[in-house]
Write a protein that binds this ligand. Structure first.
Ligand code: COA
Length: 207
């Protein structure tokens, strides 16, 4: 009996140690000034008639105009889909986008923003992950490989910063996004995804 108790205690100590190590990885990733700086060949996308520059900044470094553009684009692309699922809320979305822990990958054409991906380095069920909150492209930018390019960057940021996977939540009614993640990018349904929800949690491991 006492051995069993000891084993349990040791296991708990090990688990806490692991959690602590994982937090340190998340903290280290969040302290990088520009996570995109080492990925030189991923700072431009010139393909299929698009010519776009990419940059990576924390939400708190975005100017008010760009933040408003990101919010308006998300609303234009998503409000209807949200309405038929968990409901759209201006205030909540703005709060989420401008959260201190949020990072933005921003795609610009001649300094004009045309697409973005908001993400966080975070712990998800104790695992260090890159959590993709939004990926939103202006209509005329879609279906030209830019979304895939942006998600490749996220995967590389996960590898470089020792995160275990990239995670994204997708509405079940968002067929194009499900195609994008599951067919195009080979994301799989994450173990944490609930069965009967309006959304599905998808992930792709860095291993
Ligand atoms: C989903 C999105 C991020 C994909 O980026 P993208 O640059 O358009 O996608 P890519 O060109 O890299 O890849 C295209 C693939 O995505 C999927 N896809 C994208 N748009 C689609 C559409 N309208 N219908 C069906 N599949 C679609 C397909 O698998 C497609 O592959 P194919 O062109 O070979 O058929 C982008 O279309 C977008 O911003 N959509 C609106 C907002 C949105 O739904 N965001 C996701 C929220 S979770």
């Amino acid at each position: 009996k006492s051995n069993k108790g000891k084993d349990k205690k040791l296991k708990r100590i090990e688990e806490n140690k692991k959690l602590d190590e994982h937090w340190k990885l998340v903290e280290a990733a969040n302290n990088v000034t520009d996570p995109l700086a080492p990925l030189v060949s991923f700072q431009n996308f010139n393909k299929n008639g698009l010519s776009v520059a990419l940059s990576c900044v924390k939400a708190q470094c975005l100017d008010a105009e760009t933040l408003k553009w990101a919010f308006d684009l998300t609303k234009a692309n998503m409000e209807e889909l949200y309405s038929s699922s968990w409901g759209w809320n201006d205030k909540e979305k703005l709060k989420e986008l401008s959260d201190d822990r949020m990072w933005f990958l921003l795609a610009t054409n001649q300094s004009k923003p045309v697409a973005f991906c908001s993400f966080r380095f975070d712990l998800d069920f104790g695992e260090p992950v890159v959590y993709c909150y939004e990926i939103q492209l202006e209509k005329e930018m879609q279906r030209k490989g830019l979304g895939r390019f942006i998600m490749q960057i996220l995967q590389l940021l996960a590898v470089k910063n020792n995160m275990n996977k990239v995670v994204s939540t997708v509405l079940r009614c968002n067929e194009s996004s499900k195609n994008f993640f599951m067919e195009k990018l080979k994301y799989e349904v994450d173990a944490s995804s609930p069965e009967d929800a309006v959304y599905v949690i998808l992930s792709k491991t860095t291993k």
